[in-house]
Each structure stands twice: as structure tokens, then as C-alpha cells.
Design a protein around this ligand. Structure first.
Ligand SMILES: [Zn+2]
Length: 267
């Protein structure tokens, strides 16, 4: 069995890193349960296997993530997604986890300073070497994702300015792979394309081997309320294929374009 290929490139403000251990302590800051697994399950597992501390922050419990709210009222779904998230992280060896308890879909309405200072306290306590979060585009165009990106960026500036800040990004090949399913599954909330980074500019490109992918699928399947339908509709092979690569770009390489803020269009 081959090892997962983790290609790490130096970022402008951080020393060169060549393997998972060089990530140091990793702090992930995400909006909803399953964001962390889809975008960074392989990274978290690789860091844990290399003996690193990994801490995950989730802003909301995604309590509105259903098209059947009569059977899944928000309180019930929030509780289930919390349990699913813990099980998912456990499969990756991650047991340190914070939920901010913000309403699903309500991130942008929060008092920014208050949340950033709250997040900064966690960042200070964790003292991460690497922070992973969304880019300013929010990847899918979700306003919660864009807001969490802004919060994480501000909290890092306050509490850990020397930490490496990495934004989850996509490449042209990933977007091409998604195109056929784009209309069938309302994953992207915009007609525009997410932030795409040339492979040569990625800070981290993690290509998972089958064992690492098996583990990621366990983490995804643990979040059954969100994943069961998607995996059934897409087919396991396609899900494995599309989420077999995790890619991040150094924040310093991403322009802060005011356009990102209004990038979201109604679903
Ligand atoms: Zn999300």
C-alpha cells in the first residue's frame, strides 16, 4: 500500500514544510458539520498520524441542513449533527472540538467583533502552527462560509499572526469533475465558479491513497444526515474520486476582493 502523497509547498511567511508533521498543531475553523470532513479529513488524519495536535472549530450545527424540516426540526437535527460530527472526527483521531453554537445561516448577522474575539481566545489557547478554513469565496458561495473565512482570518491576525493560514481551494480539474453534477445537486449556491488555484501555487495538495480514502469515507458516512443521500445519488466511486484530493492555498496569495462579499446569489 502506498502512502498518501502529501505535497506541501513553502508559503510566503512560513518555513518550508515537506511532510504532515511539519504542519505542527492544526486548527480547522469551519461553518457546518461536514465542511471539515469534505475539505480536510485527509489533512487532519495525516497530521494526527504524525503526532500533531488537531483542533476543530465549527460555527453552527447546520440545523437547517434538510429539505424535510417537518421530520427534522432544527433542535432535533442540531443534536443529531453534533453526534455525527463527533463520530466523524473520532474516526480521524480528532477529539478536541469546539462548537460556537451560532444559528445555521445566521453567521453574517452576528456581531463581528464579538465572534472574532471569541474565536481569538480559542486560537490563543490552541496556539496553532497551521490554521485551515475557507477562502473568501466560501468555496460553495455560502454566506456562512464567507463569514467564517473572514472571522478566522481576523482571529489569526489577533491571536496567532505567525501561524500559517491556509484557505481550502479548488483546482480546474476539480471544478471540471463537478460540472456534470452541478445542476443536479445544489451544492454550489452560485452560478459563478469557486476560487481556483493553479496547482503550482497550492500550499498543500494531499492526494489520498485508498486506505486514507477509506478513512475519509468513514468520516463522511458518519455524517449520515448529510451524506447518505449524496453518496447514494452520486455513487460511492464518484464521491471517492472527487474528494480524493484536498487542496489549500496560502492566504497571502489570495486577493481580498470586495467582490467576494456579494458573490453569493440565492440558491
Ligand atoms: Zn458548510
Amino acid at each position: 500500500m502506498s502512502r498518501s502523497a502529501l505535497h506541501l509547498r513553502p508559503t510566503p511567511d512560513a518555513p518550508a514544510i515537506t511532510e504532515a508533521a511539519d504542519l505542527g498543531t492544526v486548527l480547522g475553523i469551519w461553518a457546518h458539520p461536514d465542511d471539515e470532513a469534505l475539505l480536510s479529513a485527509g489533512l487532519m488524519a495525516a497530521a494526527r498520524d504524525a503526532g500533531q495536535r488537531v483542533v476543530c472549530v465549527t460555527a453552527t450545527l447546520g440545523e437547517h441542513g434538510t429539505d424535510d424540516p417537518r421530520h427534522w426540526p432544527p433542535d432535533r437535527l442540531a443534536a443529531v449533527r453534533g453526534h455525527e460530527l463527533r463520530a466523524s472526527l473520532a474516526a480521524l483521531g480528532v477529539c478536541e472540538h469546539h462548537v460556537l453554537g451560532i444559528g445555521d445561516g445566521a453567521c453574517a448577522e452576528q456581531p463581528e467583533d464579538f465572534v472574532v474575539h471569541r474565536l481569538a481566545r480559542i486560537v490563543r489557547e490552541v496556539a496553532p502552527d497551521t490554521i485551515v478554513t475557507f477562502g473568501p469565496d466560501g468555496l460553495t458561495g455560502h454566506e456562512d462560509h464567507q463569514t467564517v473565512s473572514r472571522w478566522a482570518t481576523a482571529a489569526r491576525a489577533l491571536a496567532a499572526p505567525r501561524a500559517r493560514l491556509l484557505y481550502a481551494t479548488t483546482t480546474e480539474e476539480f471544478v471540471d469533475a463537478w460540472e456534470p453534477a452541478r445542476d443536479a445537486f445544489a451544492v454550489f449556491l452560485t452560478d459563478e465558479l469557486p476560487l481556483r488555484t493553479p496547482r503550482s501555487s497550492l500550499a498543500v495538495e494531499l492526494r489520498m491513497d485508498s486506505a486514507a480514502l477509506d478513512r475519509k469515507m468513514v468520516a463522511l458516512r458518519a455524517q449520515a444526515s448529510q451524506m447518505t443521500g449524496l453518496i447514494a445519488a452520486l455513487g460511492e466511486d464518484r464521491v471517492r474520486d472527487w474528494w480524493s484530493v484536498e487542496t489549500f492555498v496560502a492566504a497571502e496569495r489570495v486577493e481580498s476582493r470586495t467582490a467576494w462579499a456579494s458573490w453569493r446569489v440565492a440558491a
